[in-house]
Design a protein around this ligand. Structure first.
Ligand code: F6R
Length: 259
C-alpha cells in the first residue's frame, strides 16, 4: 500500500483529483469505479474544474458506481444516481450512456446485483477504483463481517452507517436499510485502487485498514491483499498510524516521486 499523508484536506483532495485526471489523460478509455459520500464531493468539484480547463476529459470513460440504496428510484433526490449527476456527470463531458449504477428500485434486487457484476466483467473489469472509507471500516457498503471474497450483492446497512448517512435524509427512518454494493472480491479484482479518507472520524478505520490484521471485521483491511493501492489521507485521518515516520520518509508531505 502506498500511503500519502497530506497536510490538509484540500491538499489530499487535490492529490486524488490530479491522480484521476492524469490517469484519464494517459488512458482515456479507463473503466472508472466511482464512489459517493461527503468525502468525494471535493474530488468531483476539482475534477469538474480540471475538465472545464481542458486538463482532462471523461469523453472516453465508462463508469461503474460502487453502490445504490435498495428501494430508491434513480429520480429520488438521495439516490446515488442523483448524487452522481449533481456532483459530476452533469458537469463533465462523460457519455451518460456509459455510466452505470445498480438500479435500486428493481423488483428483484438480487438479480440486479448479479446483472451488475456481469456488466462489470463484460466491460473488462474496473481499471481504477475510487473509494471512500466508512468510520466502521466499510468500503462500498461492505459492512463489517462481509465476505472478503464477495461479489456484488445486497447488504444490510449497519445502524452506524445509517446514522452517518442520516444527514442526507429528512430523518433516520428514511435512510434505506439495504443497499446493492460491489463486493470486496469485485473491488479486489480492479487493476488499481485509490482511497481517500479525511478527518479524525476516520483515523481509527484508517489505522485498522493499513496496519491492522486482514479481517472481515474491518472490510477495508482486505485492500492489503491488492497489488496496487494508494491511500490518500490528511493529517487528521492519519493520526492513528503507528508507522507514520516511515510513510513520511517514503512520501514526504504526501509527495509521490512516481507520479
Ligand atoms: C459511497 C460508499 C461509502 C462511502 C463511505 C464514506 O459510495 O460506498 O463506502 O465512501 O461511507 O462516506 P463519507 O465520505 O460520506 O464519509
Amino acid at each position: 500500500m502506498k500511503v500519502l499523508i497530506h497536510p490538509t484536506e484540500d491538499a489530499a483532495a487535490d492529490c486524488v483529483a490530479n491522480l484521476i485526471a492524469a490517469r484519464l489523460v494517459q488512458q482515456p478509455d479507463t473503466v472508472l469505479g466511482l464512489a459517493t459520500g461527503g468525502t468525494m464531493e471535493a474530488v468531483y468539484r476539482r475534477l469538474i474544474g480540471l475538465s472545464q480547463q481542458g486538463r482532462t476529459s471523461f469523453a472516453g470513460v465508462t463508469s461503474f458506481n460502487l453502490d445504490e440504496y435498495v428501494g430508491l428510484p434513480p429520480t429520488h433526490p438521495q439516490s446515488y444516481w442523483q448524487y452522481m449527476r449533481q456532483h459530476l456527470f452533469d458537469h463533465v463531458d462523460i457519455d451518460q450512456t456509459r455510466t452505470h449504477l445498480p438500479l435500486g428500485n428493481t423488483p428483484d434486487p438480487a438479480a440486479e446485483a448479479i446483472r451488475y457484476e456481469a456488466a462489470i466483467r463484460a466491460a473488462g473489469g474496473i481499471g481504477l477504483q475510487l473509494l471512500g472509507l466508512g468510520a466502521n471500516g466499510h468500503i462500498g457498503f461492505n459492512e463489517p463481517t462481509s465476505s472478503l471474497a464477495s461479489d456484488t450483492r445486497i447488504k444490510t446497512l449497519t445502524r452506524s452507517t445509517r446514522d452517518a448517512n442520516a444527514r442526507f435524509f429528512a430523518s433516520l427512518d428514511e435512510v434505506p436499510r439495504l443497499a446493492i454494493t460491489m463486493g470486496i472480491g469485485t473491488i479486489l479484482r480492479s487493476d488499481e485502487v485509490l482511497l481517500l479518507a479525511l478527518g479524525t472520524a476516520k483515523a481509527n478505520a484508517v489505522a485498522r485498514m493499513v496496519e491492522g490484521p486482514v479481517t472481515a471485521a474491518c472490510p477495508a483491511s482486505a485492500l492489503q491483499m491488492h497489488r496496487k493501492v494508494t491511500v490518500v489521507l490528511d493529517e487528521a485521518a492519519a493520526s492513528g498510524l503507528a508507522l507514520r515516520s516511515y510513510y513520511d520518509e517514503v512520501h514526504p508531505a504526501g509527495r509521490d516521486p512516481a507520479s
